[in-house]
Design a protein around this ligand. Structure first.
Ligand code: NAD
Length: 497
């Protein structure tokens, strides 16, 4: 039998019906102000749609709908097994509509279609399915108190959750928060990043089709300083759960303090140290992981191994391999299924990354890349870029670039490697390669990061917590630990006669 021809994604893109309105109380709605902003594809500068530019008035409407839904129990008091069925249906619908969602993700933020199809959409569906499956298997606790009292410790949904997400993995970042929050019975007001609103709006419609009642999942599109700030400051939102930059994460903390001390969860930036030690037995695997650790998703990865920390004896051997990878991973058309490095999210971010490359040229030695590419397309592309002889104090070693830019730092031995890796305001991820189990164990314990990879990088599964030490955030996404964010613990004392 002949293999089915792979879809022509460029042709399919022309047939898409793209929705740019918000989704409040079960309806697509324009912003109350009627304001919109342009949604431009970074692939080639094409205009995709107008997106509703919501502000406080729209956020108020969404919160009122979410609060009404929460209070009347249409979702919050459903039997957990019923919430489970609906969320399982949503996972099925995500898979059924995978091509459309993947195409929207790629057009909107520029990642290769092969990644949207093989990573973003399956991981989103798996996330909803996993929390759906979990929710009717969680038990509460009874405290070991005196025989004539009963003290129960129960988890209750928080209420109305504000969720604010970035653009690098638009659906996955939303799903990591929505799935446990919905499974626990909360109502939600989700604000996607203005650079990538399209799949969030589509997801809300799929959620409605799956049976999530009106008002339970609202998507308010808009700019951070308008819709995002209104969520942060809202007095009837019980918790705000944010993924994005550390700078904006600090605003979220302030908004909470200035309003109603709402619960805050933060997943913020990173500048992860990826260490390869002299006794690493598989330099090919380590070099490949180091290259993918920075170039995957155009380097627009919170956990990117953006500081490669090489032990002096293996430095040259690893560098040869990394440079080969960098040269072979040139940016291509994201709609071509063979492309591995796509477009940067937009012009503003491209300029920001190019500004870091300019400062890198002052501070270190540029070995490869450093230029924009595919300018003739009208899109936003940057070559994989490697800087050598970087001091850990350099701007490109301390600040998050969020692009395909690797800073290589040479050290002598494990102690110096750990010290350099930990000299950062961030603590999201870290990696270490060694064939000596004692060294490996010592390093994994000493590295100050929420996720440590040993002899691998960017391993991932919904079963494990994800989040950061230091200024990389507060709290964890994924795994059963995520329920801690979206529930309150209640202690109830019942005195028996
Ligand atoms: P960003 O902080 O600029 O924006 C994130 C979200 O916050 C967007 O929805 C934006 O509209 C909103 N926002 C912006 N200003 C706001 C304000 N004043 N008030 C309220 N909301 C506001 O981040 P970004 O550029 O979209 O994403 C990149 C950042 O996200 C990087 O720092 C990256 O490391 C981080 N990130 C972290 C994780 C993690 O799990 N730790 C995962 C992915 C991305």
């Amino acid at each position: 039998m002949n293999k089915p021809a792979s879809p022509n994604w460029a042709e399919r893109a022309k047939q898409l019906n793209i929705q740019g309105k918000s989704f409040i109380n079960g309806q697509y709605v324009s912003a109350a102000s009627e304001q919109t902003f342009d949604c431009i594809s970074p692939i080639d500068g094409r205009h995709l749609t107008q997106v509703a530019a919501c502000d406080q008035v729209d956020v108020d409407k969404a919160v009122a709908a979410a609060r009404a839904a929460f209070n009347d129990g249409r979702w919050s008091r459903l039997h957990p097994s019923k919430r489970k069925s609906v969320l399982l249906r949503l996972a099925d619908l995500i898979e059924k509509n995978a091509d459309e969602l993947a195409l929207l993700e790629t057009l909107d933020m520029g990642k290769p279609i092969r990644d949207s199809l093989s990573i973003d959409i399956p991981a989103t569906a798996r996330c909803f399915r996993w929390y759906a499956e979990a929710v009717d298997k969680l038990y509460d606790e009874v405290a070991p108190t005196a025989h004539n009292v009963l003290a129960t410790i129960t988890r209750e949904p928080l209420g109305v959750c504000g969720v604010i997400v970035p653009w690098n993995f638009p659906l996955i970042m939303a799903a990591w928060k929505l799935a446990p929050a919905l499974a626990a019975g909360n109502s939600i007001v989700l604000k996607p990043a203005e650079q990538s609103s399209l799949t969030a709006v589509r997801l809300a419609a799929l959620a409605a089709e799956a049976g999530i009642p009106d008002g339970v999942l609202n998507v308010v599109t808009g700019l951070g300083q308008d819709a995002g700030q209104a969520i942060g400051l809202h007095r009837d939102i019980d918790g705000v759960f944010f993924t994005g930059s550390t700078a904006v994460g600090k605003y979220i903390l302030q908004y909470s303090a200035q309003s109603n001390m709402k619960k805050v969860g933060l997943e913020c930036g990173g500048k992860s140290g990826h260490i390869i030690l002299a006794d690493c037995g598989d330099l090919d695997a380590a070099a490949e992981a180091a290259a993918f650790g920075i170039f995957f998703n155009q380097g627009e990865m919170c956990s990117a191994g953006s500081r490669l920390i090489l032990d002096a004896p293996i430095r040259d051997a690893v560098m040869d391999k990394i440079l080969k990878f960098a040269k072979s991973m040139q940016p291509g058309d994201p709609l071509d299924p063979t492309t591995r490095l796509g477009a940067m999210v937009d012009k503003t971010h491209t300029e920001r990354v190019m500004d870091y490359i300019a400062s890198g040229k002052q501070e270190a030695e540029l070995l490869v890349g450093g230029k924009q590419a595919r300018l003739e397309t009208g899109g936003c592309y940057i070559e994989p870029t490697v800087f050598d002889k970087v001091s850990n104090q350099a701007r490109i070693a301390q600040e998050e670039i969020f692009g395909p830019v690797l800073a290589v730092i040479t050290v002598n031995g494990v102690d110096e490697a750990i010290q350099v890796a930990n000299e950062s305001i961030y603590g999201l991820a870290a990696g270490v390669w060694s064939d000596n189990v004692n060294t490996l164990y010592k390093a994994t314990r000493a590295l100050k990061a929420g996720v440590v990879y040993a002899n691998c990088y960017d391993a991932d599964d919904i079963t494990t917590p994800f989040g950061g030490y230091k200024q990389s955030g507060i709290g964890r996404d994924k795994s059963l630990h995520a329920f801690d964010k979206y529930t309150e613990l209640k202690t109830t004392w019942l005195k028996l006669r």
